[in-house]
Design a protein around this ligand. Structure first.
Ligand SMILES: [Zn+2]
Length: 132
């Protein structure tokens, strides 16, 4: 029944709350490492974002590079590491592991599209007793 909604907030292919029950909200912002055709760095602009509270979160960010096959950015792995460490914020780079289409359907060169991400987690409180 609420099929669409369940699929909109997922991590490792399951509902986010099932995968990370201790996380109330996860906010991810990212932007692609810019390369304009003229070689200048792209302008810093607000990139896309997704958030559990806002109802849109996917464990893998789709790679936007045209012709990329099997690519994407597995942010659910990073969230998992953060939860293990109890970390609330992490920034870094992720490189796409996909491939470009070659001529005639052959496998082309690696995609190596790169995003710069920032992840912020909000943990649930109260279930393990109160501190402070
Ligand atoms: Zn890619």
């Amino acid at each position: 029944m609420a099929e669409r909604k369940d699929q909109a907030v997922t991590a490792f292919g399951k509902p986010f709350a099932t995968t990370f029950p201790q996380v109330a909200d996860a906010l991810i912002e990212w932007e692609e490492e810019g390369h304009t055709l003229s070689g200048r760095p792209t302008q810093v602009r607000p990139g896309p974002r997704m958030s559990v509270e806002e109802g849109y979160f996917q464990g893998t960010i789709r790679c936007e590079k045209p012709g990329c096959t099997g690519g994407g950015f597995e942010v659910d792995r990073i969230v998992q590491f953060m939860v293990q460490d109890g970390a609330e914020e992490r920034r870094g780079l992720l490189v796409c592991g996909g491939w470009r289409h070659g001529a005639g359907g052959e496998q082309g060169p690696p995609c190596v599209n790169t995003i710069r991400y920032r992840i912020r987690l909000t943990y649930r409180k109260g279930s393990e007793g109160q501190r402070g």
